[in-house]
Design a protein around this ligand. Structure first.
Ligand SMILES: *Cc1c(COP(=O)(O)O)cnc(C)c1O
Length: 404
């Protein structure tokens, strides 16, 4: 192959302006001289050089190129470029897990004496990271109700550097007004970081709504089939650079094999999110009609308080819902235990439907008062709706509901 860059240019040059589904299949691919059609995996920890001089130039940064896979890896780069294209960001840093993504953002953008404002409704380990570790290194942390814009405003201090939120929230599916919170952040020189795990860029692109950085647990919908743990941060080159600095020195980078699985996951992301949404909406509507169900939380139902907002900032409603049965924990556990197909696990973003009782698992550490405040009653169950036939999912849940 005389000029291989020309061969790649043939396939990559006119990707500007193509649609989401096209980027999801083609962005970021760099073919090798083997001319493989599918993306190659490069399971290598290091790289070799042509000469001592080339090695020196690569190490000093004078010459571009791979040195070591904690810094760069071609398979990981393909995933990063593809996800950046889908989120509409300039740059992406892939990480070993979703938590490593959040950790790297905090380490890269906060220092002792800074202040972080977080939504109260964030992933459990995110909360532990903030409480147990950021505080230990002198970062102040305040929590606010996701929907209370006045609370975000009054939480601002002179040293506030970062706002952090998830939308929709887990497990009660509250939808944040991202543009409003982003405007508040911008006006006060604060970075807004959005955990886009529940939606993925197939449904919501926080950067286009005013967020500065997007974090992902690729473990969920980006993989989509429950195989690998990974994460990513997406944003401007300027804001990603400090994140990459942390990853290179601290080391929680993504493995090439996982990057390959996630890259292939992105190819079907839009199709899967549509199928998850279709099933979740049908299940939510069905649940609303069940006599034993007292409440359904799903942002695709007109009864949801932020139904309008969800339609504005999301292109679909997503695959996660929760519902409440009368009779508290005993009744909720009975529903869980009566299912025969649905997986009893707190995981989400899988082809397989999962059910969990937040009050005794993911949110079991909270006090009763904290749970009440978050709307997490003991009768609440969360379902991450998978890709099975909807009739089978309904039949399985009916086993428990009918027994109440
Ligand atoms: C799972 C999850 C995380 C953490 O991701 P890991 O890949 O498990 O480290 C962060 N945020 C949300 C919303 C999640 O669901």
């Amino acid at each position: 192959m005389a000029d291989f860059s020309e061969f790649n240019a043939r396939y990559q040059s006119d990707l500007s302006g193509v649609e989401f589904e096209t980027l999801a299949v083609r962005a970021g691919q760099m073919r090798t001289p083997e001319c493989e059609h599918s993306e190659a995996i490069f399971p290598t920890s290091s790289y070799v050089f042509n000469s001592a001089a080339e090695a020196a130039a690569r190490f000093s940064g004078e010459a571009e190129g791979n040195v070591y896979s904690r810094y760069t890896n071609p398979t990981v780069r393909t995933f990063e470029q593809r996800l950046a294209a889908l989120e509409g960001g300039q740059a992406c840093a892939a990480t070993a897990s979703g938590m490593a993504a959040i950790y790297a953002v905090c380490m890269g953008h906060l220092k002792a004496g800074d202040h972080l404002v977080s939504s109260r409704s964030v992933f459990g380990s995110t909360n532990v990271l903030f409480e147990k570790f950021l505080k230990k290194f002198g970062v102040e942390v305040s929590y606010v109700d996701l929907l209370d814009l006045t609370a975000w405003q009054s939480a601002l201090q002179d040293n506030t550097r970062l706002f952090f939120l998830e939308s929709p929230s887990n497990p009660v599916i509250e939808v944040a007004d991202i543009p409003a919170i982003a405007a508040l952040a911008k006006a006060n020189d604060v970075l807004l970081v959005v955990d886009n795990c529940f939606c993925t860029p197939a449904i919501q692109r926080p950067l286009s709504l005013g967020a500065d950085l997007v974090v992902h647990s690729a473990t969920k919908y980006i993989d989509g089939q429950g195989r690998c743990v990974g994460g990513a941060v997406v944003g401007s080159e300027e804001l990603i650079e400090p994140v990459i600095g942390v990853l290179r020195s601290a080391g929680p980078t993504m493995s090439p094999f996982n990057a390959w699985v996630f890259t292939k996951g992105l190819e079907t992301l839009a199709l899967r999110m549509k199928a998850h949404t279709d099933n979740a909406l049908a299940l939510a509507q069905w649940l609303e009609q069940q006599p034993k169900v007292v409440k359904v939380n799903y942002c695709g139902l007109p009864s949801h308080p932020q139904y309008q907002l969800a339609q504005q900032q999301q292109s679909m409603f997503g695959g996660v819902l929760s519902f409440e049965v009368a009779g508290g924990r005993e009744a909720a556990w009975q529903v869980v235990d009566a299912t025969r197909m649905i997986s009893i696990t707190a995981n989400l973003g899988d082809a397989k439907t999962t059910i969990t009782h937040p009050g005794s698992t993911t949110h079991g550490r909270l006090t009763d008062e904290e749970r009440d405040r978050a709307g997490i009653s003991q009768g609440l169950l969360r379902v991450a709706v998978g890709l099975e036939n909807i009739a089978d999912i309904q039949r399985d849940l009916a086993l428990g509901l009918d027994a109440l």
